[in-house]
Design a protein around this ligand. Structure first.
Ligand SMILES: *Cc1c(COP(=O)(O)O)cnc(C)c1O
Length: 380
């Protein structure tokens, strides 16, 4: 099989050095392994700007647990993390408000429905961001609402929602704020506490550039402790997962050891690149170049400039040429890149992710390939 790079929102193209870490079969109860988990947890807190700036090797279990926020690693893909938070912290007497402007927001609604959690959904058009004034109105009108959940980078369209503005309203109204930062954490700087966020969820295989296998939750510790005994699921019980992990870094059930080793390496490489700031710069440059080059081919983004995020872009099909997505996908794949189908319902679109080990050269190459494809289509 010939190799290709992923221009998808995760799993994404990782470095060989990240993948090489998975050649080692690590013992799970070994102290070295538990320390790797603790180092990862410490580093995630630092990335979220909620931990003291101590070096990971000075770490003790006490110092990791002494802060206002804590970290839980959870087996499974990103959705498992979102489901773990929603079904563990929204109690039986509570009500959840979900803001949805894409498939991942809607999935939170699905999770609530499955768990029979009392909830309400504020749907916004896929091309628009949820409005803080509307959220304020809903919260003032329905005093039963205790929790608010939303997505930051809605991967469905590539839109970047204004979680800072919503967080402000949610805090003013004294509610708990849960944010899916799956496809933005590590690629966009998120000062978690400053923005009033109580729980964030992301996963190993997005902007930190690890491989799939677990999600992670950064949680306000007092609210996590309060959730004890509320979980509707055994394996997704956030409190119980934390309880075991907080002792010395041991995972409650079998941990994805190879994925954890790869993730530790991915964090190291992120630090070497220059942290979130450098990664955000590379992604933003990739994204702007992509949008500029595509415009030269008559291909324009679905999301307006003001809210387009730096992670993934939805593009309308060009007007003059007609083709099937499958043909374009195959043509581009043969030439070294995998792209993503569109997910918005009202128009024909496709998506290009620009996160992972993707650089300017890749964006230029992709746009050349797309140009050749469109030329071939118009000759037919
Ligand atoms: C990737 C992603 C998820 C999680 O999806 P999984 O397929 O479960 O990993 C959730 N929310 C957003 C915004 C995502 O981009």
């Amino acid at each position: 099989m010939s190799n290709y790079k992923l221009l998808t929102p995760g799993p994404l193209t990782t470095t060989d050095t990240v993948k090489q870490q998975m050649l080692f079969d690590h013992c799970t109860w070994d102290d070295d392994y538990k320390k790797i988990t603790q180092d990862i947890r410490r580093e995630l807190l630092a990335l979220a700007h909620v931990s003291p700036e101590e070096e990971p090797d000075q770490l003790s279990a006490e110092s990791l647990e002494s802060g206002e926020y804590t970290v839980v690693l959870m087996q499974g893909s990103g959705t498992f993390g979102v489901e773990s938070v929603i079904t563990s912290v929204v109690g039986e007497e509570d009500k959840l408000l979900i803001l949805a402007n894409g498939a991942y927001g809607e999935r939170m609604g699905d999770i609530a429905r499955h768990a029979k959690i009392d909830h309400e959904i504020y749907n916004e058009h896929y091309s628009q961001v949820p409005d803080a004034d509307v959220v304020e109105e809903i919260l003032k009108k329905d005093q039963k609402i205790t929790h608010v959940a939303m997505v930051h980078s809605e991967t469905t369209s590539g839109i970047l929602n204004d979680i800072e503005a919503i967080g402000k309203v949610v805090k003013e109204q004294g509610k708990v704020f849960i944010v899916d930062v799956m496809s933005s954490f590590g690629g966009v700087d998120i000062p978690v506490k400053e923005w009033g966020i109580d729980f964030i969820i992301s996963s190993a295989n997005k902007c930190i550039q690890g491989v799939p296998g677990f999600s992670f939750i950064i949680a306000r510790k007092d609210l996590l402790l309060e959730s004890k005994g509320k979980a509707r699921s055994l394996s997704l019980d956030l409190y119980d997962q934390w309880k075991t992990m907080s002792i010395d870094g041991k995972w409650r059930f079998t941990s994805p050891t190879h994925v954890v080793l790869a993730f530790a390496q991915a964090l190291k490489e992120m630090r070497e690149e220059g942290g979130i700031e450098a990664r955000n710069r590379r992604y933003t440059e990739n994204n702007q170049l992509l949008i500029k080059k595509m415009a030269e081919l008559g291909i324009y983004p679905y999301i307006g400039d003001a809210h387009q995020g730096p992670i993934i872009t939805t593009f309308y099909y060009p007007e003059q040429v007609s083709f099937k997505f499958e043909d374009m996908y195959a043509y581009i794949k043969e030439r070294g890149y995998a792209i993503y189908p569109g997910k918005v319902t009202e128009a024909e679109t496709f998506r290009i992710g620009n996160i992972g080990e993707i650089y300017k050269e890749d964006i230029e190459r992709l746009c050349e390939i797309t140009k050749e494809f469109l030329e071939e289509c118009s000759h037919e």
